[in-house]
Design a protein. Sequence first.
Length: 694
Amino acid sequence: VTVAVDAPQHSGLSEVLTYTASQPVPPGTLVRVPLGRRVVSGVVMPHPPQDDLGDADLRPIEQVIEGLPPMGTAWLQLAQFAARYYQRSLGEVALAALPPELRKLDAPQVLTRLKRLHKAVGPGAAVAQESVGPAELPPLTEEQQRVVQALESAAAPATTLLHGATGSGKTEVYLRAAARAVAQGRQALVLVPEINLTPQLEARFAERFKGHVIATLHSGLTPAQRLRHWLLAHLGVADLVLGTRMAVFASLPRLGLIVVDEEHDPSYKSQDGARYSARDLAVWRGRHEQLPVILGSATPSLETWLHAQQGRYARQDMPARVGGGVLPRVRLVDMNLQPRAVGQSLALSPPLQAALEGRIAKGEQSLVFLNRRGYAPVLFCGDCGWKSGCPNCSAWRVFHKLDRTLRCHHCGYTERVPKACPDCGNLDIAPMGRGTERLEEQLAQALKRPDGSPARIGRIDADSTRHKGELESQLAAVHAGEVDVLVGTQMVTKGHDFRRMTLVAAVNPDGALFSSDFRAAERLFALLMQAAGRAGREASQSAQSEMWVQTWHPTHPLYQALRQYDYSGFAQAQLDERAAASVPPYAHMALLRAEAKTAAAATGFLQAVSQALQDLPEAQALLESVFIYPPVPTPVAKVANVERIQMLLESPSRVALQKLLALAQPLLHELRHGYKGPQGGILRWALDVDPQAI
Ligand code: ADP
Ligand code: ZN
Ligand code: ZN
């Protein structure tokens, strides 16, 4: 039998290995097989047609994991497609899709877990019928009604873009679509971008689907929990599976619906291992298994928007907020006209400060967001020009005032803040710029409650939520009204249903306007729209709610589009620019990155790969439509003393690019081993298909 095992990419082992078995083992079965001196888990693959098992020195399968039903054909094909498309080994993708705990267990151990699970869940849990009756369901809004009907009456399973404003009630549409799938005896898979949004969604589904088993899959689970939830999905016990991007690989024997909420979110793209897009794989899975896929967003990715325009996806719009609420009024503060504080840039313009105090006086909450954590992004010596660089990276170390450290956010290198400038001894080294810690401090100093006491400022970012339970308790404090102003990074702008929030402010969002990354504007627009969606969610307060943006470029088209909440106008302008520049979604990209001790070595390797491709006879026709750019340093070129260089491959044809990448694979393996350029070898390389950022 052929078995996919997780052999490291550099081991040079082929996609799948062949073993003997004393009796037939169906494809999809989990087995334990010898690999070198170890015994590892593997998944039995369908036989390639030309498979000739005449070879005498094949080793036998060590153990078949009995009791665990084999993974279905559709799942195997998903793994095969993902491996092929993202240029990884089948074994790596297939095994990474299983819970790590499962790969460690032998047959008797798996049987024990299964028994325990069946005992806990009990028989017949899967067919529980006590879900919420029709009388208890909230009546749908007109828009929801129209969308739900359209989804139900679709002639064939399709991918549908649900373009709904923040607060338009998309979740209710997901719930109805899921209920329909479950009523038909199918499973529904619902993906969310952020792990901190799963509890909220889980609560809503649990309330609606009483008596049904709901499995959750995300990185916050313990290994044992993850195995348990994975098994609930795989055994078909769970009717609903909610999770982050990893859940797209869940084994679901009765799958009938996939929902991707906030489909535009960059976190659906994996940034290591197989760099897959869970959103794109969800669409592929839906097509392949002939089931409906709903992609929900207020600001769809331009890829999805274009597909909808071209008719590849159906599209449903829900422009209105539930309950007749309106989106907050957008107020642009022209920072060019604001007084400048002596010696430092201004965090809060006087009108914004007054507006925040006005909200506090009325007992309403505000959200102020800044996409930079820490106190200040860099420390600076005014005498000699020293800056707090990281010795290991081409990046500044961030000043964290709470524990008085300088921390590198790339390699983690942390030191106590020096008392004086390390270069000239000047005692007066100062923070430059502003992060959430500093913003929190400044707001606490500037804002007062009506009784004269300082305003209650909360802060939510990666630093304040490092420990388990911190995020939950901080969110609870906000919901309970114990916070006047919440400061945070983009973490707080997504998804949360804050009921008392009437003002949202972006204090310094301009940076993305002039980024070299062609997706920066798209992401900023989505972020600001999402952030605006946190204010005025209570319809009665929505007319007074506001979205403030402090900017040095108030006439920029992005902000002008934001003022009108004109997503489609903004999207069209972006698409026109993208078409003119031949970048995605009008072109397809792959990035080849190489890491080495020196930039020259990494560059040399990429040049050698490029040359080898240009010399390859089979590649000639493809190279007419695939352009290979020269290698350049990555945005942060050095991390932890490793230089990172990248080479972009671009083509108007996805197929041509894919074919060329397939030809590049063996070259990469060969060159990586043999390659000893004049500057030495490389440490590793990685291929990123459809990269998020270039
Ligand atoms: P979205 O995901 O589109 O931003 P939500 O699904 O969170 O919006 O819905 C916004 C709010 O409206 C939620 O508090 C939700 O409970 C409420 N809601 C949604 N649909 C209805 C409905 N049909 N009737 C009453 N309230 C609804
Ligand atoms: Zn100095
Ligand atoms: Zn560093």
